[in-house]
Design a protein around this ligand. Structure first.
Ligand code: FMN
Length: 153
């Protein structure tokens, strides 16, 4: 099995986005690291082939920490890196932070390989809606399929 280096960057106010991020790390398997948007350093990207970024929606946007992380990325820095973005959200509040994150990653040179995804929480501080962890596992399957050369199980 080919070991591929993947990085999951997340922010989380109440822990729900963290739970999704941790499941994504688990599903991606060996070689995947988890780092908070706040703790991110450019050196975390060394050797990374796949980057997944997730944030809660705060006022229709990614969180401040997520925006700060995205602003650290230099133009073209993500060239050759495949990427995917997700957010956590409340039904009816609106907003699409995942799409905005994906656009920023693309502007930094990444290739977005699956549609940005939103996962639902049942209230501002959670918990996650039923089945959302499983749905994130399904999303990772799509990512693996799109990322040629990655094992799918
Ligand atoms: C200040 C604030 C603003 C928010 N704005 C939105 C919003 O515009 N759209 C939305 O769907 N959810 C919004 N939410 C709810 C968040 O999506 C929810 O708190 C988040 O998904 C929980 O994830 P976390 O536990 O990782 O922080 C907001 C929450 C807070 C605290």
């Amino acid at each position: 099995m080919r070991i591929m280096k993947a990085l999951v960057v997340f922010d989380s106010n109440f822990g729900n986005t963290r739970l999704i991020a941790e499941n994504i790390v688990k599903q991606l398997g060996k070689g995947t690291e988890l780092v908070s948007a706040q703790g991110f350093k450019n050196s975390n990207l060394t050797g990374v082939k796949l980057l997944v970024v997730g944030s809660p929606i705060n006022e229709w946007n990614p969180t401040e920490h997520t925006k700060k992380f995205l602003s650290l990325l230099k133009k073209g820095q993500l060239k050759g890196i495949k990427a995917a973005a997700f957010d956590t959200r409340v039904r009816l509040f609106g907003g699409n932070a995942a799409k905005k994150i994906a656009e920023a990653l693309q502007n930094a040179g990444a290739e977005i390989i699956v549609a940005p995804q939103g996962f639902y929480v049942t209230g501002e501080d959670g918990p996650l809606a039923d089945g959302e962890i499983d749905r994130s596992s399904g999303w990772v399957k799509q990512i693996k399929k799109a990322f040629k050369g990655l094992p799918t199980d």
